[in-house]
Write a protein that binds this ligand. Structure first.
Ligand code: BES
Ligand code: ZN
Ligand code: ZN
Length: 493
């Protein structure tokens, strides 16, 4: 899709004209329509049939004939000016995309929001349209033709919009990569392929290294390796270093990369098991963020650590009741082989601290089905030992429309993961709070001096319904959030 910004758009080649205005912008809409359609007041009132609603996301379409050709016109309400933000305007871009009725649309978008001080509205609208346009049809032999071919944004602030849009495109590249990695089935996106995807970042200046099973054995990553035992495929711990300003402390991002989670011997029911191809979404988010930062040549230091493995069954698979010694030296009773993500992360988090000694660690994981029970698909669950880190992440999330809700990392739940035979057990007793006990389990592998946040994306990485900025399926949740967090955090340090 071609995206352009210009002060005056040549309407001749456009078949869809979009006018975006907030609730005080009805004059702007009328003036625009009059100049486009060359109508007098009476003819215009006839078309508009009185008043029109410019409250948020109210969209009205109609067709007109202009120079002998049918054009579709969308009048799009942006609601109260004070409530407009990047997140609300990007979403509006998504709604515009969904509401276009024409095929092979070449869009012209005018907006009056920049007159009210929201100078970057054009770029945000274009970003929303692009995010919503993404689909996963690479395995279909006959493709549907694209709905929108081009978007030309009319703006008086061409340079600032072009500039910010350049960054947004880099972020989108990261989002699209994450969505693609999550969407690919497990026979394609297996451990070797996911490692290759991480290695692709080398071309952008990211240093990529990995530990094989053998290397992990040598340093005692037995919690991780226990999960790998049932699979014939390899397992990898991959590190990705993007360092452009070595004077700054690195932020560490850790991701769960289960390319498939069958549950192991505690086998999952077949209904829904196919969704477990997406159990590497945490790792995919980390790869996506590093891609977007590297593309932007962001002046930051970020290291990514992902644990890549499959949770399978075989004669060699780990068994319920097994006891493993984690890299940290803690012993774990593996009561349920399906609570494997925390076992992989236990060693990945410990390794991250040992190798990089970061001040900030953020992990992303499709860790628990319980997070969907608690929060549905709207908010991801966040757990943190630092109020400040939580607040910064929450703010970044609100800024891009990826919402986070903090749940308690409270010691009163510790009792639930006590083991009679080892230091801790990998599941609670089944009396609820499954996402909390999972987070508390991870906390055992975190240095208390490190600011740490765990984000459970099990219900936000994938949606069975279309969302404002994504179609059914992979959302890429987390990439835009982390990109914004890194940008804001590094500005202030
Ligand atoms: N990968 C799953 C969590 C998950 C569930 C992700 C649904 C995406 C959608 C995780 O490894 C798991 O199986 N968790 C168990 C934990 C239980 C055994 C304590 C769960 O949530 O049922
Ligand atoms: Zn599992
Ligand atoms: Zn899992």
């Amino acid at each position: 899709m071609n995206i352009g910004f210009s002060e005056l758009v040549d309407l001749e080649s456009k078949n869809v004209l979009v006018i975006v205005a907030n609730d005080t912008g009805s004059n702007f809409v009328k003036t625009k329509l009059k100049s486009i359609l060359k109508l007098d007041e009476v003819a215009l009132e006839n078309i508009l049939e009185g008043c029109f609603d410019l409250s948020y996301a109210k969209i009205r379409n109609f067709n007109v004939i202009l120079n002998g050709k049918i054009r579709e016109i969308l009048i799009v309400g942006a609601g109260k000016k004070d409530l407009s933000s990047r997140a609300s305007i990007e979403k509006l871009g998504g709604y515009i995309f969904s509401n276009i009725k024409s095929e092979n649309a070449n869009l012209c978008i005018s907006n009056c929001l920049e007159l009210t001080g929201l100078e970057l509205t054009a770029a945000y609208l274009a970003s929303g349209i692009l995010l919503k346009n993404w689909t996963f049809d690479k395995h279909k032999t006959s493709k549907t033709s694209p709905k929108v071919l081009s978007v030309e944004c009319e703006t008086n602030c061409v340079n600032s919009n072009k500039n910010i849009f350049g960054h947004m495109e880099a972020i989108q590249e990261g989002v699209f990569l994450t969505r693609e990695l999550v969407s690919e089935p497990a026979n394609i996106m297996d451990p070797d392929r996911l490692l290759e995807e991480a290695k692709n970042l080398k071309a952008l200046g990211v240093k990529v290294d990995f530990l094989s099973k053998r290397d992990m054995e040598k340093i005692g990553m037995n919690a991780f390796l226990g999960v790998a035992k049932g699979s014939d495929n390899p397992a990898y711990l991959v590190t990705m270093e993007y360092k452009s300003d070595k004077t700054k402390d690195a932020i560490a991002l850790v991701g769960k990369g289960l390319t498939f989670d069958s549950g192991g011997l505690c086998l999952k029911p077949s209904k829904g098991m196919a969704d477990m191809k997406g159990d590497m979404a945490g790792a995919a988010v980390v790869i996506g963020v590093l891609k977007s930062l590297a593309l932007q040549k962001a002046n930051v230091n970020v290291v990514g650590v992902i644990g890549i493995v499959e949770n399978m069954i075989s004669g060699k698979a780990q068994k319920p009741g097994d006891i493993v010694v984690a890299m940290s030296g803690k012993t774990i009773e593996v009561d349920n082989t399906d609570a494997e993500g925390r076992l992989v992360l236990a060693d990945a988090l410990w390794y991250t601290k040992e190798k990089y000694n970061p001040k900030i660690v953020i992990d992303f994981a499709t860790l628990t089905g319980a997070i969907q029970v608690a929060l549905g698909h709207e908010f991801a669950g966040i757990f943190s030992n630092s109020d400040k880190l939580f607040q910064e992440l929450e703010k970044a999330g609100n800024c891009v429309g990826e919402k986070l809700w903090r749940l308690p990392l409270h010691p009163s739940y510790e009792e639930d993961i006590k083991s009679e035979v080892a230091d801790i057990r990998n599941v609670g007793s089944g009396r609820g709070a499954g996402s909390i006990t999972a987070a508390l389990f991870l906390k055992h592998f975190i240095d208390p001096n490190v600011e740490w946040a765990h984000i459970d994306i099990a219900a936000t990485e994938w949606d069975t319904k279309a969302r404002a900025l994504s179609q059914k399926g992979a959302t890429g949740f987390g990439v835009r959030l982390l990109d914004e967090f890194v940008a804001q955090h590094c500005l202030s340090c």
